[in-house]
Structure formats: C-alpha cells, structure tokens
Ligand binder design. Sequence first.
Ligand SMILES: C[S@@+](CC[C@H](N)C(=O)[O-])C[C@H]1O[C@@H](n2cnc3c(N)ncnc32)[C@H](O)[C@@H]1O
Length: 250
Amino acid sequence: MLAALRCLEAPALLALSAGVLAGALPALILPWPLSGWRRVFMAAGFPLSVALSGSVAGELPAWSWLLPLALLALLYPLKAWRDAPFFPTPRGALRGLSRLAPLAAGARVLEAGCGLGHGLRELHAEYPRSRLDGIEWSWPLRLACQWRCRCARVTRGDIWRADWSAYQMVYVFQRPESMRRAVDKASRELKPGAWLASLEFEATELQSDALHRCPDGRPVWLYRHPFTRLQSKSQPQRCRGDLPPTQPTR
Ligand SMILES: C[S@@+](CC[C@H](N)C(=O)[O-])C[C@H]1O[C@@H](n2cnc3c(N)ncnc32)[C@H](O)[C@@H]1O
C-alpha cells in the first residue's frame, strides 16, 4: 500500500494516515479475542517507528532496526512460538485444584512450558508440599522464571523430549493443537494415578476425570492415568470422577 502511495506521489500526510490506519483498523475491529496490550502494540507499531525514524533514527545504522527482531527471537524462539506463545496462568486460577486432584506430600509436579512461572506459583500455592519442576524452551524466560520461582527447579529444554515418568502431575497450558501430542506422551510415560492437567485446552480424545473452573470461567481439564479414550469425537464429554467441579472462588 505504501509503495503504491509512493508511486502515486501521494502527500506525506496521506501516506502517514494510511499507515496508521493499516495498523489501527485491525487492532480495533478484529473479532479474535486479543488482549488490550496486543491491540495497543498493533495500533502503535507504525506511528512509533515513524516517530523514531524522524528523530533519532537518522543517527542509527540500518541494521539496528533488526535488534528488536533479534531480541524477540531470543525471547520467543520459533519452536516455542509454534507450540504455544507466552500467555501466563492467571493469578488464583488453580485455587481449589488440589480438592479434585489430591497429591501426596513430596509428589513431583512438572509445569511443561513454564514461561515466567505464573503456573508454577499457582501450583506452589495449591500444592505447597510438592516438588516442583518447570521446563521452558526460551533461555531468557527460563532464567527469569527461576529467579521468580525459588520454590521450583527450572530447566531449559524441550517439553517433548523431557521424561515425564517421574511426575505425579504434569500441568500444561499450551495450544489446542498440542494436546494430542501431550496425551500421547502422557499415556506412554505417566504412571498409574498420575494426572495430566491442562488449562483451557481439552484433550478431546479422552474422557476427563474432573473439571476445575478458574475464577475467570476457564476450565482446567484433569485426566488421571490410565486414561479413558473416548470412542468417537461426537461422544459427549463427561467427567468420570464423583467429585463435582469446583465453584468459582471470586
Ligand atoms: C501459554 S505459555 C504458558 C506459560 C506458563 N505455563 C503459564 O501458564 O504461566 C507457553 C509456554 O510454553 C513454552 N513452550 C512452548 N513450546 C515449548 C517446548 N517445546 N518446550 C519448552 N517450552 C515450550 C513457551 O515458550 C511459553 O513460555
């Protein structure tokens, strides 16, 4: 669009307005559930870069524009982005989980893809006597997570290559597309009685054993090994356990 405006020798103000609109319109009207910050980033990107290029950018070498991109790639390596971008577990989301999925003192719990450790903190609050591990692919997030979560042992690694067999619970907050892989891995590696807990995303091929509702209404699906596979996708989902879903606490 900007190239076309240039060919037409459009006035700078028109080109600037078109650029601002190109970012702001989708930020305002996209029907997807984007957070407020995402919309701000989308809308502000172009005006900000124009403002920078008009002031300090004259003194900056051209390659310096690649720095933010490089930083983003460091923070979010492509692999992690493909499995699940960074969205934290909300505060208080797991309150009451231990009533549905009780764990013995000293049980080992893994947060697979722990980001900045929001999930680890919630797990620690809910299972204070468990031994917590977190695995995170991004180096900077892993370091920041370990700094924030002294209650856990955080390593940098790939959740799909890690061994899950020692854990009594594996907590994931990934993507709908990752759930089949998580189910296959958990089926192979978890021991009988261990839990696979998934915030928001359901393992559609399994019958859940319990369902926890976060205060914001999001589900945490709980599956206890050995898992029960549903016959077909059309079969309605029911919880196997006798325990009722927890009520929102706020
Ligand atoms: C949706 S975020 C959840 C963060 C954290 N679990 C929480 O609930 O607060 C997913 C995280 O998984 C990480 N991740 C995605 N794929 C991964 C992989 N294959 N190995 C390790 N970490 C991964 C991402 O970098 C991101 O930090």
